[in-house]
Each structure stands twice: as structure tokens, then as C-alpha cells.
Design a protein around this ligand. Structure first.
Ligand SMILES: [Zn+2]
Length: 685
């Protein structure tokens, strides 16, 4: 057998086993055997690079995504569904469908529906060209989404190639990317151990993951997918379409059922409201669709929703329990938020002993008091919430709760900005803020300093060894080694434990390594309000250095794709604060990398969406200066030239454009007016 034959055979086998595992849920081989096939293929491809193709199973993870994701226009809009919350509302939906189809509302004719479990994930549209995956896009606002192909490719449940004998030409399939519950719990426990913010629910985790700029991270999270639509529809029924999708080799959630009449639909909903905990993914309801595509066409759509489908939401799970105390927590930004300490109670699959109380106003409005019996709800989120008190079980003498007027950690008077509901500790050296801030700074998602966790940080702050992030870089092995922690032995005797040379050396090495981190890790680690992991990546890619970012105007920040006015203003005001500028100077002096290395920048410029295109600017633009326009083009990888030639991609012509615009006309070079130019920058195309 030639290497080429063996490579083809291995790819076929791997695709087959992926399908057994992800689509049919019926694996034929153990993981080790599968891994052996994969290893053999990797080895053969390494020896014969000429035989590597894009749809090979070894090619799922590519390099980092440069310059953000491009915008994608959906040929057919991806509508969302109207929600129903009760059986009456579902019956009313059925009545509307029957009327729309000209059936007697009270008559015996029943409509055939397909009921599917509603997956709490992210809607996506995939395009296959002659059976090969060429594009994966998010739903976005329904008419425009993001091209997240590199990340979609990493999801092993999604075939890079459809079954042989699939339709010629292009096929678009739609479905939902989700994170199975176990993968979600694993992700959150890893984040918790690293002191990172937890994802509120699997949907947020899936959405955040799918838009991350690092496909290797996406691959590690373990996303899955289910599919439910082919666009345009090519079979007369929805039930047929679901079978068709599976036939193409795509995963379809297997519990769907064809239900004739609304009674059968209601039975399906009741059944799954009881059974949904047995699934390995979160479902928050049932999607009900008219089965016949011809009937769907008759029913049509409103501007927002199709008239032939509806979502039924399961009621949130609630329990009553005793509210033992209301305590407050001081966050990284100084926000002081109340939370409920509860008598432990089992809700929706886990024991709950704490719940959020949102804010002081909310507690007052609902009149929640310590000692009350309260209704607690878990509505798809990890953190349960207190719905309200059970008034007639209130113990005599229970007093209304009062928000503390001082920070529980440093004693500074709490303040509240005009129009805000959140009380804050504005003391810049509040140890609680420094503690949370440092935990975030050192966390794996940010500066990734392993070993610098909650308890070590607490000791460093208590010993006044650190008063800001830059102090971390002055820590030596000697200082850390002598730190001691006290713990109680089982017999009640206190024992002191030294941190020790070995641990100290490890942490110092980690701190040292973090000096040469990618710039976005620093930007994220600084904990600037509204600047998340992804925004930090976008800003680092766009500006290239802390200096450029620190001096960027709000307008320049806002001109960056995905950066909105709130984030831009927050970034600007953080940089204007002298204390923060001093912190940056101290970090720089400590040797922390403050820019994207030039070769990385150049590589990204080449890979930008305007790579290989040249623009000439002429005339005056109303929304930006010529320098800003040039910077925007360069950020997207394009070039700006001073004169027009046949090689010019287009001339951007503002008001009073002169000779250059005329020359463009003579050479047949396209002219872009300001609106077209802004659209070009916004779409990154
Ligand atoms: Zn404080």
C-alpha cells in the first residue's frame, strides 16, 4: 500500500469513528485505538507534506486568528423564535397555525409538528462546497454574523467533509454549538482554581469560546453541535430534513419526535420537563415546528419570528429555604455586592448554599430580611438567585436589611455614583480590591502566573510585600521562602508551614516568564472595566503597543472593530488616571513586555482582511482625519499610497476630492465615498 493510499484509508477511518462517536453516539473503538490512528496519520503527513489536504482530520487546529473575525451576510436571515411559557400559550400558537392554514379552529384536523429539545447554545450556519466545509458563521443579529471558520473547524462533532454521494454544489446547514454540562463544569472548575471569572452558564461559555481568537483554546474546551436545518430546504418535511442531515454525517439531537396535534406536543413538553436532568447538556425548553415545508410557506413570518415555529420554555426550578444571613463581598472594581447565605438546599441537580441578591435596592424592593424563608431559583445560570421572601413565614422581629455604610475590609465610606445601583469602595489601596485584582492579574486567562493564587496573595498583602501589580516583579526567592502560613491540625494544635525555597523558586520563575507574555494578557490582566479577554486581544492586535493604546482617543478606540463607546470611554479614563500611568511605568521598568513584537505585527498585517490591497486617500472625511483613515486601513492589513496607479485597489474620496479622484476615473480605479469607506472598515472586508 502506498503512503497516499494509507493516508486516505486513515482519514476515512477517522471520519468514520468520529461519526460513530459524535453523530451516532455508538463508538466502535476505544479512545486509545482512535488516538493510534490519528498518530499514524500525523506521522505519515509529516513525512509526506505534499499529501496534506485542508480537510484532513489532523488540520482542525490552525494558527491564531489575526485582526478579528470578518462579518458575514446571511443569504437567508436566521430568525429567532417567539417564546411561550405555558400550555395555554402553546394552544394559542396551535390555533393561530390552524387559522393560518385555513383549518377550522374547533375542527378535528390536526397539524403535524416536530418537537425538538431546545439547546442552550449558539446558533451557527455552515457552508459545505462539494461536501467540504468552507465556512462557519455565527447567527449574529440574524442578518449579519461573524466568520468563525477556524474555530468551527476545531469542533470534532462537525465533519470537515460530508458523506460521499452528498449533493453537488453548495449546501448551507444550520444548527447550534453548545458545551456539554461536564465540559462546562470542567471549564469552570479550572477557571475557579486559576482565580478567573466563572462563566454564568453553558451558553455564555459556548459563545465566549466560539469567538475566542485562539483556536487551540477552542479545541480544548470540547464544544459539540447539533443540526436542524438545510437552507434552502430540499425535502418536503422537517422530519425528512432531520434524517437527511444525519445521512450527510451531521449530528442531530436524537430525541426529536413528530407530534400530530397540539396534545401530542404538550405531552412531549411535560415528559421532557421531568426528564431533562438525565441529558448531558442543558435544555431550557422545546422547539415546535410545523412539519410540512409547504405549510410553512403558507404561514410565512412576521418581521421578527416565523409563524410556523415557537419555543416552549420550561419553568425555572425553584425551592424555598431559610435565609441565614446577608453578607457583602468586595470585588475587583470595588463594587460591594450583597449575597445570601442559605440553609443548603438541593435545586436542579446541585446543592445550593449561596445565592445572588443583586443589589441593595433590589433587597429593599423585595423586602428580603435575614431569617426569612425565601424562594430560590436556578434559571439556567450557575449562580442561583433569591426570587423573594415567603411573607407569611416571616419570623417575628425580623428587621429590614441595611446596606453597610463602610467597606467591610478597609472601613472606607461606600459611595454610589449618580444613577447607579452599585455601591463601591473608592479607596484605591483597599486590600480587598488589591486581593481580587491581583488574583485576576495572575490568573491563567491573564498573566498566567502559576502558583500566585488566593492564599499566597493574601499573605503578600498582609505582609505589605505588594501594594500594586508591579511589586510582584520585585519578589525574590528569599522573600517568598520565608513566608509562613498557619493551619490547624486535627488535634487542634496550630502548625506553621514555611513556603520554602523550592516553591518560592517555582513562583519566581513563573513571574519571570510572565514578563514576555503576549500584550493582550497584560491589557486583560489590568482589570479595566468592560475590557474582557477578547476585547484585550482585539485592542492588542489593533494598536500593537501599550503606548499607542494609552494615547488613543475615544474616537480611535471606537473605530476599532468590536469596540463600542462604553468600552472606549472606560479604556480612555483608565489611561488618564495618573495612578494607572505610574503603574504602567513601573511594570515597564520591571521588564514586562509592552508591545506586540514587530515580526508578529508584520505577520498579522499580511494576514489582515485588506492584505494585498492598496488605497489612496483624497479630500476631507467628516468622521475622521486622513491619518486616522490611514491607520484604520493599515490595521486591517491594507496599504496606503500617495498616488493613484493601475495597482490601486480603490480611491477613498472625501469632500473636495481633486485630481486623484479624476485620475482614478481615467484609470478605471473604483471610488469609495465616505459611507462606503466606513462600511469597508466596519466589515473588515
Ligand atoms: Zn475597601
Amino acid at each position: 500500500m502506498t503512503p497516499a493510499d494509507r493516508i486516505n484509508e486513515l482519514r476515512r477511518l477517522i471520519r468514520h469513528h468520529d461519526e460513530r462517536y459524535y453523530v451516532l453516539n455508538d463508538p466502535e473503538v476505544a479512545d486509545v485505538e482512535f488516538d493510534a490512528l490519528m498518530k499514524e496519520l500525523e506521522r505519515l503527513e509529516a513525512d509526506h507534506p505534499g499529501l496534506v489536504t485542508d480537510d484532513s482530520p489532523t488540520r482542525r487546529v490552525g494558527g491564531r486568528v489575526a485582526a478579528g473575525f470578518a462579518t458575514v451576510e446571511h443569504a437567508e436571515p436566521m430568525l429567532s423564535l417567539d417564546n411561550t411559557y405555558s400550555e395555554e400559550e402553546l394552544r394559542a400558537f396551535d390555533d393561530r397555525v390552524r387559522r393560518g392554514l385555513g383549518l377550522d379552529a374547533a375542527g378535528p384536523d390536526a397539524v403535524a409538528y416536530v418537537a425538538e429539545l431546545k439547546i442552550d447554545g449558539v446558533s451557527i450556519a455552515l457552508t459545505y462546497d462539494r461536501g467540504v466545509l468552507v465556512r462557519g458563521a455565527t447567527r449574529g443579529d440574524g442578518s449579519r454574523g461573524e466568520d468563525v471558520t477556524p474555530n468551527i473547524r476545531t469542533i470534532r462533532a462537525i465533519p470537515l467533509r460530508l458523506h460521499e454521494g452528498t449533493p453537488a454544489g453548495r449546501v448551507e446547514v444550520r444548527g447550534e454549538v453548545y458545551l456539554p454540562r461536564r465540559a462546562f463544569e470542567r471549564t469552570n472548575s479550572e477557571r475557579e482554581a486559576a482565580g478567573e471569572m466563572l462563566f454564568a452558564n453553558p451558553r455564555n461559555a459556548a459563545a465566549g469560546t466560539l469567538r475566542n481568537l485562539d483556536p487551540a483554546l477552542v479545541a480544548a474546551r470540547g464544544l459539540r453541535a447539533w443540526f436542524y436545518q438545510v437552507v434552502p430546504g430540499r425535502l418536503p418535511t422537517h422530519a425528512g430534513t432531520l434524517d437527511d442531515l444525519r445521512g450527510l454525517g451531521l449530528p442531530v439531537e436524537p430525541h426529536w419526535r413528530r407530534c400530530v396535534g397540539v396534545g401530542a406536543v404538550l405531552a412531549f413538553c411535560r415528559e421532557w420537563d421531568q426528564q431533562r436532568r438525565s441529558l448531558d447538556f442543558d435544555t431550557d425548553g422545546v422547539v415546535i415546528k410545523v412539519d410540512e415545508l409547504a405549510n410553512r410557506r403558507l404561514l410565512g413570518a412576521t418581521s421578527k419570528f416565523p409563524r410556523w415555529a415557537v419555543a416552549f420554555k420550561f419553568p425555572a426550578e425553584q425551592k424555598t429555604t431559610l435565609l441565614r444571613a446577608i453578607e457583602v463581598n468586595v470585588g475587583r472594581t470595588g463594587a460591594v455586592t450583597p449575597f445570601a447565605v442559605l440553609e443548603p438546599v438541593f435545586i436542579a441537580g446541585s446543592t445550593v448554599s449561596m445565592a445572588t441578591l443583586h443589589n441593595a435596592d433590589d433587597i429593599a424592593r423585595k423586602d428580603i430580611r435575614e431569617g426569612d424563608w425565601v424562594l430560590v431559583e436556578k434559571a439556567g445560570d450557575v449562580i442561583p438567585r433569591v426570587v423573594g421572601p415567603v411573607r407569611d413565614r416571616r419570623p417575628p422581629g425580623a428587621q429590614p436589611w441595611v446596606m453597610p455604610s463602610a467597606c467591610p475590609r478597609c472601613g472606607a465610606a461606600l459611595q454610589r455614583a449618580e444613577g447607579e445601583v452599585v455601591w463601591r469602595c473608592e479607596n484605591t489601596s483597599c486590600p480587598a480590591k488589591l486581593q481580587r485584582g491581583l488574583e485576576h492579574f495572575a490568573s491563567r486567562a491573564a498573566m498566567n502566573i502559576e502558583g500566585l493564587g488566593e492564599s499566597l496573595i493574601a499573605q503578600l498583602i498582609a505582609g505589605r510585600l505588594v501594594t500594586d501589580y508591579a511589586d510582584v516583579y520585585a519578589l525574590g526567592t528569599g522573600t517568598l521562602a520565608t513566608l509562613t502560613s498557619t493551619s490547624l491540625r486535627a488535634d487542634g494544635k496550630a502548625i506553621e508551614r514555611r513556603f520554602g525555597e523550592k516553591n518560592a523558586a517555582k513562583v519566581v520563575a513563573q513571574i519571570d516568564r510572565s514578563r514576555s507574555n503576549d500584550l493582550w494578557r497584560l491589557i486583560f490582566g489590568l482589570g479595566i472595566r468592560h475590557v474582557g479577554e477578547r476585547a484585550a486581544q482585539v485592542l492588542a492586535d489593533a494598536f500593537g503597543s501599550m503606548d499607542a493604546l494609552g494615547t488613543a482617543s475615544v474616537e480611535q478606540l471606537e473605530a476599532t472593530p468590536e469596540i463600542g463607546p462604553v468600552l472606549a470611554a472606560s479604556m480612555r479614563s483608565w489611561c488618564d488616571e495618573p495612578r494607572n500611568r505610574a503603574l504602567l511605568d513601573r511594570l515597564r521598568a520591571a521588564g514586562v513586555r509592552m508591545e506586540v513584537p514587530p515580526e508578529q505585527r508584520a505577520a498579522r498585517r499580511v494576514a489582515g482582511p485588506l492584505a494585498g490591497r492598496t488605497y489612496v486617500l483624497t479630500g476631507t472625511l467628516a468622521s475622521m482625519t486622513r491619518d486616522e483613515a490611514a491607520a484604520a486601513i493599515e490595521r486591517l492589513g491594507g496599504k496606503v499610497a500617495g498616488s493613484v496607479s493601475r495597482k490601486t485597489t480603490a480611491v477613498v474620496a472625501g469632500v473636495d476630492a481633486g485630481a486623484k479622484a479624476e485620475k482614478a476615473g481615467a484609470l478605471g480605479v473604483p471610488l469609495l465615498d465616505e459611507a462606503a469607506f466606513l462600511a469597508l472598515i466596519a466589515s473588515g472586508q
